[in-house]
Design a protein around this ligand. Structure first.
Ligand code: MG
Length: 227
């Protein structure tokens, strides 16, 4: 049976010798999970994880186009390590968390910063600023969980060849097992779901015509175009 919804959002990423069809029920993102980024946002370091959702309709793949929405004057890049869930779970304890991971990729948490700033001032949700179509590029491939130490890899981002963000995932405040325990205490994590683990410092504006290249050591380079 033809299923328009499934097909429409289907995104294939290389995964070992095969391809993996990315079709998450949800994309869970971390706010302020690197202290240096919390500082540049003039925020406190959080005591417990701050989470929000991006809609699966915001996903695009490698070499796709990020479309700047007319509603915003200031759209920012945020490079993040993304966890792909491989096994459903609810109330997953930290010591079992890694068993629920299929692998890792890069996710760009594209953000309409001006819209987010107004929302923050007014105590409103971040949904609009984070949820536009094309605001979640992922790729270039999924690396199996056994193939990488997710808490000790270089993470960075270039715009038009110039380095804007460069850090190491060892600087994450809340580590992946803690995140999985916390998130799964609230919502069931389902196979295919994506957890974006937060961005390091150096976020900044992107403009029409920019080329973004995000990298994570051991995963590769995710390149997208801004239009
Ligand atoms: Mg982010």
């Amino acid at each position: 049976m033809y299923n328009f919804f499934i097909d429409f959002f289907m995104l294939l990423l290389p995964f070992g010798e095969k391809e993996y069809a990315l079709n998450p029920s949800k994309i869970i993102c971390l706010g302020k999970n690197y202290a240096a980024h919390a500082r540049e946002m003039k925020s406190e370091v959080p005591r417990e994880p701050i989470i929000f959702l991006k809609p699966p309709s915001s996903l695009i793949g490698p070499n796709d186009k990020v479309i700047l929405p007319p509603m915003s004057r200031e759209v920012h890049h945020e490079v993040e390590l993304a966890v792909i869930i491989g096994k459903n779970g609810k109330n997953i304890p930290q010591d079992e968390a890694m068993e629920h991971i299929l692998g890792y990729t890069i996710l760009l948490d594209i953000t309409a910063r001006d819209i987010q700033s107004v929302a923050r001032e007014r105590g409103l949700p971040w949904t609009v600023s984070k949820g536009f179509d094309t605001f979640a590029p992922v790729g270039p491939r999924i690396v199996a969980a056994v193939g990488i130490d997710p808490h000790n890899v270089e993470i960075g981002l270039k715009v038009n060849g110039e380095i804007r963000q460069r850090s190491n995932t060892s600087n994450m405040l809340f580590k992946i097992p803690q995140l999985i325990e916390y998130i799964s205490s609230i919502m069931t994590l389902e196979s295919g779901d994506i957890i974006a683990t937060g961005t390091p410092e150096g976020v900044g504006k992107i403009e029409h015509g920019d080329v973004i290249e995000a990298w994570i050591e051991g995963i590769g380079i995710l390149k997208v175009h801004v239009v």
